[in-house]
Write a protein that binds this ligand. Structure first.
Ligand code: ZN
Length: 338
């Protein structure tokens, strides 16, 4: 189970079974799997060390500093600091800087949140992590992006939903503090997909009906496309064949111990159903309801039914004059069995 990365190990392992892939590409996959397991250990440690109380908020900057480091294809984090990343000639550096800045703007303008910790925490990203590394991750303190091997996956910074997904893991760590296993793990992954997708829609100015609701469509490489895959996950249709990582969409398929990247399909689909039912911009109503639950206090062991119940509660209290919001939330969760 890869708990923090955008691409679950199961997908990498599935691709590894494909004997028609060039040997080099398969070696790259198994290297990524090995590395991910080391990264997970660090992630768990960082999670344990996260402080949720700020005893003295002395002086907090109005918005976070955004810094980019270059790993130069090494696996040493964070790498070398890049001066003026916004005007770098390296497109990956430039893209990560501008997209991270936009994610910060998204949280600030849409949810009134100042960075991951709501206290202007510096947003640190490392690019060109590893050699053809097929993943991107939040390790508890920073983001890191691989270049992909160019066949199955391309430069992970190209997906603005990927950047939004990873940064949201940081937000969850500092809010609900959800565990990475079982139901809280599925909720954790889903919150990253939901806010990653919403961020992508916000950047494009799309309404719920215009959005494609896909995750990772910009990082799927030519060899994966040839095999019929166009994304990692699809909130509109979680079990779809075009997903590298098809997911269940009904709670009756949930099993204890399920990879959070799979069980997240259930709450993902509920958000999609609620947002498209109410229409308009997903971040204006449903996003606000989901964010209210996300910031409702620390609850590492929260289960899906409890999360669903809280969204119903907030939908009613936040939009008392619009009963359609609660109705949409209620129907969406009932449809996925919660
Ligand atoms: Zn994730």
């Amino acid at each position: 189970m890869c708990l923090c990365c955008i691409v679950p190990d199961s997908v990498l392992e599935k691709l590894l079974q494909d004997r028609k892939l060039p040997e080099e590409a398969r070696q790259g996959l198994s290297q990524t799997i090995k590395l991910d397991s080391e990264i997970r250990k660090l992630r768990r440690q960082a999670s344990r060390l996260t402080s949720f109380e700020f005893a003295a908020k002395i002086s907090i900057a109005p918005s976070p500093a955004i810094v980019v480091y270059d790993c130069n294809h090494s696996q040493t984090l964070p790498g070398t600091p890049v001066s003026n990343p916004g005007s770098s000639r390296d497109t990956t550096i430039k893209t990560v800087f501008s997209t991270t800045t936009k994610v910060s703007d998204f949280y600030q303008q849409v949810f009134g949140r100042n960075s991951i910790d709501n206290a202007a925490m510096t947003l640190l990203s490392s690019v060109h992590f590893g050699d053809g590394y097929n993943n991107a991750f939040w390790n508890g303190t920073q983001m890191a992006y691989g270049d992909g091997n160019g066949e199955l996956f391309v430069d992970f910074s190209r997906g603005n939903d990927v950047v939004g997904h990873e940064l949201t893991h940081g937000v969850t760590q500092h809010t609900l503090g959800l565990n990475y296993t079982n139901e809280p793990g599925g909720l954790n992954e889903s919150i990253s997909d939901v806010f990653g997708s919403m961020f992508r829609q916000w950047v494009a100015g799309q309404s719920s009906s215009q959005a494609d609701w896909l995750i990772g469509s910009d990082i799927v490489g030519p060899a994966a496309r040839q095999r019929g895959y166009s994304c990692l996950r699809d909130l509109a249709n979680p079990p779809a064949q075009h997903c590298l990582s098809p997911q269940p969409k009904h709670f009756s398929s949930y099993q204890t111990g399920m990879d959070p990247h799979l069980s997240s399909g259930i709450p993902n689909h509920a958000f999609y159903l609620a947002a498209t039912k109410i229409g308009g911009h997903s971040w204006e109503k449903m996003g606000q309801v989901w964010y209210a639950v996300l910031t409702s206090g620390r609850s590492p062991g929260m289960k899906m039914a409890r999360f669903a119940g809280l969204t119903r509660q907030f939908a009613g209290s936040m939009f008392p004059a619009e009963p359609g919001v609660l109705q949409a939330v209620d129907t969406a969760w009932s449809t996925v069995g919660l």
